[in-house]
Design a protein around this ligand. Structure first.
Ligand SMILES: N[C@@H](CCC(=O)N[C@@H](CS)C(=O)NCC(=O)O)C(=O)O
Length: 204
């Protein structure tokens, strides 16, 4: 059975398609379009999963949610050692942390900024904290980016793929100029043929 990605336009599921392209796996995409006014997913996605969020992956009779879990599943099942450090190594421990950091930490202040901006002046008491968290998290990522240009070792890993979404968003923020290494990371991933194939397949 072909791997199937339920993809919402302009969403985190881009990186799952990118990962599939990096691994050279065959897959098909089921497309969903955000509502033009609310930006929410269409109700059809709730027919696949009660939360109606993307990405969702179907493989071998299983429906898998959460981009980090999907990325880990694909690497474990089909990676043959690619996109992950040697199991049990120090790099693998760091990799595990960054895989979770992407959704568990880095996304939160970025999402808060989007939501709180809708409160207008009422959101002002929260701005300082949100701004501070964005600077803190992405200064941290800027600091740990390796001389190789990747977050772990010398090659692209699933952690780079997971971090790509928050890092792209962060570099588009007003503070973006603080993070030249993260900007270079974004440029380098966008130059990858697998990224370009994924973007053509998802947003093209
Ligand atoms: N932590 C989840 C987040 C899933 C999520 O919130 N996806 C967004 C797209 S980036 C979504 O489906 N939003 C549509 C909606 O909430 O209506 C993951 O990484 O898979």
């Amino acid at each position: 059975m072909t791997i199937r990605v339920h993809h919402l336009n302009k969403s985190r599921s881009q990186r799952i398609v990118w990962l599939l392209e990096e691994l050279g796996l065959p897959y098909e995409i089921v497309r969903y379009q955000r509502d033009a006014k609310t930006n929410f997913a269409p109700p059809e996605l709730k027919k696949i999963h009660p939360l109606g969020k993307s990405p969702l992956l179907e493989d071998d009779g299983e429906l898998i949610e959460e981009s980090g879990a999907i990325a880990q599943y694909l690497c474990d099942r089909y990676g043959e050692g690619r996109l992950q450090p040697e199991p049990g190594s120090k790099a693998a421990l760091k990799h595990l942390q960054l895989m979770h950091f992407a959704e568990g930490s880095a996304m939160l202040p970025l999402l808060l900024r989007i939501y709180v901006s809708r409160l207008g002046d009422g959101g002002a008491p929260l701005h300082g904290r949100i701004d501070g968290e964005i600077v803190s998290y992405f200064d941290y990522l800027e600091g740990i980016l390796q001389p190789s240009g990747f977050f772990i070792g010398d090659d692209l890993s699933a952690a780079d793929i997971m971090l790509s979404f928050p890092v792209i968003l962060a570099t588009q923020q007003p503070e973006g100029q603080r993070w030249p290494k993260l900007k270079a990371f974004v440029e380098s991933i966008k130059a990858r043929p697998a990224w370009q194939r994924a973007m053509a397949a998802t947003e093209g």
